[in-house]
Design a protein around this ligand. Structure first.
Ligand code: C2E
Ligand code: MG
Ligand code: MG
Length: 739
């Protein structure tokens, strides 16, 4: 029954046992430490308590303080279980132990120091008291001498007074009991009266005194004091003379040298006191410190729990994921097993928050967490990485199919109707997977790889994606280049190339499309298809477009000044139409620069318009009023709405390369191409075909009555000087005319 209360370690028990018996001996057998029977009884009781504690291995003070001196920290783990599901890290526990020790010392040591100071004070007081009583002995000689002087001066029977002691004198003689010797003598050492001789008056001492007194008592003094050696004893003497006579009263007492502090400190009484106080100090400090550290540990457990768990779902959070992965990696049985990380992103969760509000959004996240908890709960941990990103950390057989199965379970459990306050909400997720230790053995790398795989899944719009090493180098390159893009724009490191568009019917140069180029010293040529999309995501696109517009206008002016008049087509990104600086800049370039007279065409994609049709149409109308033309770029690949096409101020439809390249493969492609050309014409637009790579394509487009063509077959995008050379050398008669 006592088993569960056991809290004393082996050393603790042995010490208590020995000390307990020692106390019993002191209080019961020796009894000389303290005079008091009650105190001795208490010492015995205390000793007995310790012996019993040591035998049953249970210390009631430890129970109160919730501590234990048993090494395997049984009670510690017991308390840990009570704590909210999290173990304090070993460093923290170690530092708490250290703190516990320091605090205990800081209580016990001052208590012992206080006790020693108290002993000094007590000893000093005691010493003073003893000195006072000694002084009383010594002063008796002066008192008696003074009385006799007085008696001799007053009339009366002196002899009678001398022989019959007065009651006061009897009292005085009682005081002399503590003196070694008290004599009434003359300056030669002859005893004048023996009535003051103390009971322990020492013949040898009396003789010794008589021998020394002639040198010690000067003839003309009334009193003298001093120390004398008697054998190896140190004594104090005090003599007083009766005025006008040769009568001396002398008292000799022991010197209080025996009453030293050292002897006091090593006296058994004091040592027992020290032990009792130290014991009390240790126990009380253990109790106080125990409560303090215990509470502190509880708080740090709660803090640690909060810092490692998500408050909304109760799932472990990003700070915890590395430890979870590491634990799973350590628990792998053999090489047939692996740890899989499934990084999950909820598509368009932002829309749910915006539409239903954050409260319902939070509710949905909790539901998602509950669903994920049910995915292979034995072998899988669920982590909320933040926002709408969750992560499954599972153990599967070393096989991608099994890893995919885990991802599929996540898809199955989440991609169903969830109900929020009676509103059914459908979810779609994308997942990125990494495998440990196949992809990496460090948890942080596995997390990064799963993130990269997730980004791939999102950009490729596929359900899930496994991590592949080349994606990583791509990401590092992307990050590095993204950091340099801003400086590249600011420091004019970008260049422009121009790709001609020709009018098939008239064989004239219809214009050039301006395309941006970036050559990075470390990474070489970077494709605009890459960096334009990064610029769009990072918000740099407005600066980039402004740079292109300004520099293209400069080139247009330079050519115009040389007599080469060519319309320019410049690409706009979807968000450019909503840039506040775009309209003022284009207005300036049109009014004051070379982009007037319909020389500027802006190419926008269908998606750019569809993002916010109202605002897009408004901006396009303002620019169209300046004489700026608009072309729909990559027509056929976006999500255009024909009703908007009708309302847009567009004068050019650029059919995407995909429809030109593939047309010879199937009749359906040909039908599509012809329909698109007809549609463009129907809307009153000029139709341009992109990506014309050979003569056959050109002939086919001519046959379909396409207006303009652009592609490698005519000319690749080239720098300005090369374009002039091309103009001079090409076999497009109209171009020669333009040059
Ligand atoms: P885009 O506007 O559709 O530009 C046409 C792309 O097709 C250019 O690629 C061009 O080099 C390529 N091309 C032209 N003829 C052929 C051909 O016969 N065969 C093939 N296979 N390709 C051909 P580029 O220069 O790599 O540009 C890619 C995309 O980057 C552009 O597509 C455009 O969306 C964007 N971009 C380029 N420059 C700029 C710019 O200054 N601003 C903005 N916002 N986007 C730009
Ligand atoms: Mg374009
Ligand atoms: Mg295009």
């Amino acid at each position: 029954m006592l088993e569960k209360f056991r809290n004393m370690g082996r050393t603790d028990r042995i010490l208590r046992f020995i000390l307990g018996w020692a106390l019993i001996f002191l209080g019961l057998v020796y009894t000389g430490v303290v005079d008091d029977v009650l105190l001795n009884g208490l010492i015995v009781a205390f000793g007995l308590m310790n012996v019993i504690s040591a035998i049953v291995s249970v210390c009631p003070a430890y129970i109160m303080a919730k501590i234990s001196t048993i090494r395997q920290v049984n009670t510690d783990s017991g308390r840990r279980l009570k704590a909210p599901d999290v173990d304090l890290d070993p460093a923290q526990l170690e530092s708490n132990k250290e703190l516990r020790r320091k605090l205990q010392f800081s209580i016990v040591l001052p208590m012992i120091a206080l006790l020693v100071v108290f002993a000094f004070i007590a000893h000093d007081l005691d010493h003073r008291a003893e000195m006072m009583s000694l002084t009383r002995h010594v002063d008796v000689s002066a008192e008696l001498a003074a009385r006799e002087t007085l008696q001799r001066k007053t009339p009366g029977d002196a002899l009678e007074k001398e022989t019959r002691p007065s009651p006061a004198e009897l009292t005085i003689s009682e005081l002399l009991t503590g003196a070694r010797l008290f004599v009434h003598h003359d300056s030669q050492g002859n005893i004048l009266s023996s009535r003051f001789n103390t009971s322990d008056a020492d013949e040898a001492l009396s003789r010794s005194w008589s021998r020394q007194l002639q040198t010690l008592l000067p003839a003309d003094t009334l009193s003298a004091r001093g120390m004398m050696m008697f054998g190896d004893e140190m004594l104090i003497w005090s003599s007083s003379r009766v005025e006008g006579t040769d009568h001396w009263y002398t008292g000799i007492i022991d010197s209080p040298t025996a009453h030293s502090i050292t002897s006091y400190l090593i006296s058994p009484g004091f040592l027992v006191l020290i032990c009792a106080v130290s014991w009390l100090a240790i126990w009380s400090s253990t109790y106080i410190v125990g409560i303090f550290v215990d509470r502190m540990e509880k708080n740090s457990r709660q803090l640690q729990y909060r810092s490692l768990h998500d408050a909304l779902t109760g799932l472990p959070n990003r700070q915890n994921v590395n430890a979870i992965i590491q634990r799973r990696l350590n628990d792998l049985k053999d090489e047939s097993e692996c740890v899989v990380l499934v990084m999950i992103d909820i598509i368009d969760f932002r829309v749910i928050n915006e539409t239903l509000g954050y409260a319902l959004g939070d509710q949905l996240l909790s539901q998602i967490a509950d669903c994920l908890r049910k995915v292979e709960p034995e072998t899988t941990d669920v982590v909320r990485m933040g926002g709408d990103i969750f992560c499954l950390v599972g153990v599967v057989d070393q096989n991608r199919v099994n890893a995919s199965r885990l991802a599929n379970q996540a898809h199955d459990t989440l991609e169903c109707a969830h109900e929020l306050n009676g509103i059914p909400v459908g979810l779609q997720i994308r997942t990125g997977l990494s495998l440990g230790p196949a992809d990496a053995s460090r948890p942080e790398d596995l997390v990064r790889f799963a993130d990269i795989a997730l980004a791939q899944a999102k950009s490729k719009r596929v359900k899930d994606c496994f991590y592949q090493q080349d994606q990583d180098s791509h990401s590092i390159r992307k990050l590095a280049l993204l950091a340099r893009l801003r400086t590249a724009i600011e420091q004019n490191e970008l260049t422009l190339v121009y790709q001609p568009k020709v009018d098939i019917a008239s064989n004239t140069l219809a214009g050039v499309e301006v395309l941006v180029r970036w050559y990075d010293d470390e990474y070489g040529q970077v494709s605009p298809a890459e960096f334009v999309s990064w610029a769009e995501k990072s918000g740099l696109i407005d600066k980039l477009t402004q740079w292109v517009l300004i520099n293209a206008e400069k080139q247009c002016r330079e050519w115009r000044d040389r007599g080469i008049v060519i319309p320019f087509a410049i690409n706009l990104s979807p968000t450019n139409l909503f840039d506040k600086k775009l309209i003022p800049l284009v207005t300036q370039l049109v009014n004051e620069g070379s982009f007037g007279d319909g020389m500027l065409e802006l190419e926008i994609t269908e998606n750019a318009v569809m993002e916010d049709p109202e605002r897009a149409v408004q901006a396009m109308r303002v620019l169209a009023a300046l004489g700026v033309k608009f072309a729909i770029d990559d027509f056929g690949t976006g999500l255009s709405s024909f009703s908007y096409l009708r309302t847009l101020p567009v004068s050019n439809l650029k059919i995407d390369r995909a429809f030109i390249v593939d047309t010879d493969n199937s009749d359906k492609d040909a039908v599509l191409l012809r329909s698109m050309i007809k549609l463009g014409h129907g809307l009153g637009c000029v139709v341009t075909a992109e990506g014309v790579e050979d003569e056959e394509a050109l002939e086919r487009l001519r046959h379909y009555h396409c207006d303009h063509v652009q592609g490698y077959h005519i000319c690749r995008p080239v720098p300005a000087d090369k374009l002039v050379l091309w103009l001079q050398s090409c076999n497009w008669p109209a171009c020669e005319r333009a040059a």
